[in-house]
Design a protein around this ligand. Structure first.
Ligand SMILES: [Zn+2]
Length: 584
């Protein structure tokens, strides 16, 4: 088995020879990566190799893609593949295709090649490392055949890096056991779903309670001293330290409808594994670790979101207990049906005393494309975006599309269109500000009628409240100006306002130091999505760690994906974080 020390110490030629076969027929990658030595960890080596490819000219990137064989293609049948490819394709069962499957793959290969000009690349051993099924491979092939060529080229390169990662693991004898455990927990927890086909786990349903019970059982197995479910359904577990103070951490276990497996849950599993390893080693820290599986974050069943973290921050609004879901069941009744008291008397005591805690940290899947596009497994969150949302309507005059001259129109949709383009340009002009019109509707519109009404939504977000408010003011002023000029009127209802939650500088730098200890580049980014840390921010200093999501970072979707290797790195980072606090 190869060691990292040998790789770091040898000549460039030794280095290239040792990494032979990691990237298919492309020794130039190792040649250039040799300059980045020494590598602290195998993960650092992987990131450096990916960086070489990312920074290479496009023709070299295409050359790398084209150096790969087709899946179950002619070369595979003729036995002309490299040893690595043969091993992978046969492990994925591609050498045991039925004639129908084989024929289908050939058709897909031909169509794909014609469309993109390079072969379809998929790391057939997948995010778990044990392999996709043939059906999953065919489904992925069909889905990606419809992608835009630029996106597909980038995806092929990322698949090549995943192939290289698994080959390097084999070379170094690396096995991400903690990441594998996390992945298997996520898979098993996802079997508790309100929907057979997709993962859906909304607040206080029987499936939601089943998830809480499963989490508690695993927490007991991990060696926590105290495991319980509180009055809002949070699963709370404590691993005692030698001192009284605790580090608070966790994330949510409820999901959106048709969700991914890692959103929220990853941030519960990571500290569970950290504690399991501490317990196995018989170690106690100077501080306790309190892990909270927050019962509600997504706001799916009830309008109020962050029910769970809000309770810890003493911001739970008593009126929420009367909110009703689509079936007309009040929140209080839903809580009681799930075995919770459903009273403010039981919820009020959940308030945490900040003096007892060092701070709050949360690990979460990025839910965006940034880390995936940079080939980085981890990112450090600088701030959770503040936001404002509105629903609005512009009212003009519905009139005949043929008889109304252009100068005499009051087109409500054209007014909204102008607002959308302004909003896009205004947001793009400032870093880390985003704005979206996600809903757009001409009520009972008709092909030959000028739109008399147009409904729209506005979602404005920024890393600071000042930047958000400036964006908000500009967009609202523009809306008024457009309507004035075009002879239109408008209504606008605010539906949400949340303040930005900048990361605590000390905690953020602790995450950074932990990532650096693994030899990985530090990449800072804002969180565009809201998280439990946003509510805990009102109580404690907080900072978040992001983990790369596969498939372009897609989330709130069954395609959401985290590799076992990235999950392992998240656990390793958390371990270094607590070790550093313990030492200080
Ligand atoms: Zn989440």
């Amino acid at each position: 088995m190869m060691t990292l020390d040998q790789l770091n110490a040898g000549s460039t030629a030794d280095f290239v020879r040792a990494l032979d076969g990691t990237y298919e027929h492309s020794p130039w990658i190792a040649e250039r990566a040799a300059a980045f030595r020494p590598f602290k960890t195998v993960s650092a080596l992987k990131v450096a190799l990916a960086r070489v490819v990312r920074e290479a000219p496009q023709d070299e990137q295409l050359g790398l893609i084209r150096a790969h064989p087709e899946l179950a293609g002619k070369a595979a049948v003729a036995g002309d593949l490299t040893a690595e490819s043969t091993n992978e394709q046969s492990k994925a069962g591609l050498t045991a295709c039925t004639p129908e499957e084989f024929e289908k793959l050939q058709r897909l290969n031909a169509r794909y090649n014609e469309r993109f000009g390079f072969p379809f690349i998929l790391a057939v051993r997948g995010p778990r490392g044990t392999g996709f099924t043939r059906q999953e491979i065919i489904d992925t092939f069909e889905r990606r055949s419809r992608a835009h060529p630029d996106l597909e080229r980038a995806e092929c390169l990322r698949q090549i890096h995943r192939i290289a990662e698994i080959r390097l693991n084999d070379k170094f004898g690396v096995r991400p056991l903690l990441g594998e455990q996390l992945w298997d927990w996520a898979k098993e927890l996802a079997t508790h779903s309100e929907n057979i086909e997709w993962l859906t786990c909304t607040y206080a349903t029987p499936q939601h309670t089943a998830v809480a019970e499963q989490l508690m059982a695993w927490m007991h197995e991990c060696g926590f001293d105290d495991v319980s479910r509180d009055a809002v359904g949070n699963v709370v577990s404590v691993y005692n330290g030698t001192g009284d103070q605790r580090l608070l951490t966790g994330s949510h276990y409820d999901t959106v409808r048709r969700a991914g497996r890692f959103d929220g849950r990853l941030g519960i599993f990571v500290p569970m594994l950290v504690v399991r390893e501490l317990h196995r080693a018989g170690k106690r820290l100077p501080f306790g670790i309190e892990v909270v599986g927050f019962s509600e974050e997504e706001g799916q069943r009830y309008a109020a979101t962050f029910l769970a973290s809000t309770a810890l921050a003493a911001k739970f609004d008593p009126r929420w207990l009367d909110q009703r879901d689509e079936q007309g069941i009040s929140l209080g009744d839903a809580m009681r049906a799930a075995g919770l008291p459903g009273t403010m008397e039981s919820i009020r005591p959940l308030k945490r005393d900040p003096k007892r805690y060092l701070g709050f940290v949360e690990v979460h899947i990025e839910q965006g494309p940034v880390l995936d596009s940079l080939d980085l497994p981890l990112g450090i969150v600088t701030s959770i975006n503040g936001s404002r949302r509105y629903t609005g309507e512009i009212v003009g005059l519905a009139s005949h599309a043929g008889t109304t001259p252009m100068g005499q129109r009051r087109d409500a949709a054209a007014g909204v269109a102008e607002l959308i383009l302004f909003t896009e340009a205004r947001a793009a002009s400032v870093p880390d500000v985003v704005a979206t019109v996600g809903m757009l509707e001409v009520p009972s519109g008709s092909i030959n009628v000028i739109p008399g009404r147009c409904r729209f939504s506005l979602d404005l977000r920024a890393t600071t409240d000042e930047a958000r408010d400036a964006l908000d003011a500009d967009v609202l002023a523009k809306l008024a100006e457009i309507c004035q000029r075009r002879g239109l009127s408008f209504t606008l209802q605010p539906t949400l306002a949340a303040n930005a939650a900048p990361s605590d500088a000390t905690w953020q730098s602790r995450w950074e130091a932990a990532v650096a200890e693994l030899g990985l580049p530090i990449h800072r980014l804002p969180s565009g999505a809201g998280h439990d840390a946003m509510k805990m921010h009102e109580l404690l200093p907080q900072a978040m760690l992001f983990v790369r999501g596969g498939n372009g970072g897609i989330s709130h979707n069954p395609l959401e994906s985290v590799t076992v290797d990235d999950a392992e790195l998240a656990v390793a980072t958390f371990q270094r974080l607590i070790a550093a606090i313990a030492a200080s």
